[in-house]
Write a protein that binds this ligand. Structure first.
Ligand SMILES: [Zn+2]
Length: 210
């Protein structure tokens, strides 16, 4: 199930006004094909019918997996609270807010795997710190991403200018460590919380100041 809307959008290359179809919301219940399209980023990919320039357009979109009980909201501004979201939280839902397409897809992959995304941000942060303390310079790192999970091992990809390296972190150990500091890792925003690299950096830098 999905809800689509049409918007006029100028081709970034030739300026032609295009009518694009945006997915305002996506419900992937019993729809693996739709889920694949989202995870591949296809719902954000377009081609100009005049100059054939291909581009990605970011727009607000809500991903909903009712079976795995989570929602990820791609939105440029914070999501206002409402009673409907409160009911979902009471049902055990995880609700997350992300601000860009890459984070949207990454967050869906993490929650789809059934992982605690706070632990994944923790592992990304640890991997980055370990890299800059032992292997290279922070300015060489162009990105740190969730790569996959298998048999209690979280794989984190550190992208450098010319290559990428993968780090392995035992997942349950991280979850256990986090459970010892519930106040530190608790989420301030009760509805669509933003759990991103800034969130974990604020925790650790705040912790060091104390
Ligand atoms: Zn064009």
């Amino acid at each position: 199930m999905y809800k689509k809307t049409q918007r006029v959008f100028k081709c970034p290359h030739c300026g032609k006004e295009l009518t694009l179809t945006f997915y305002e919301s996506v419900n992937v219940k019993d729809d693996d094909d739709l889920k694949r399209q989202v995870l591949a980023g296809d719902i954000f990919r377009f081609e100009c019918d005049k100059c054939h320039y291909r581009f990605m357009a970011c727009y607000d979109s809500l991903y909903h997996d009712p079976q795995k009980k989570f929602m990820v909201y791609l939105k440029s501004s914070p999501i206002p609270t409402n009673e409907q979201f409160k009911l979902l939280l009471d049902k055990g839902y995880v609700l997350r807010w992300v601000k860009d397409i890459g984070s949207f897809i990454e967050k869906i992959e993490i929650l789809d795997e059934g992982l605690d995304d706070r632990a994944v941000e923790f592992a990304k942060y640890d991997s980055f710190i370990d890299y800059i303390q032992n292997k290279g310079k922070p300015e060489d790192v162009t990105g740190v991403y969730y790569q996959g999970y298998d048999d209690d091992i979280l794989k984190i990809k550190i992208e450098l200018d010319d290559k990428a390296i993968t780090t392995m972190t035992p997942y349950e150990g991280l979850v256990e460590e986090m459970s010892q500091y519930p106040d530190l890792f608790k989420l301030d925003d009760p509805f669509f919380a933003c759990v991103d690299p800034k969130w974990i950096i604020d925790i650790f830098e705040g912790a060091q100041e104390k």
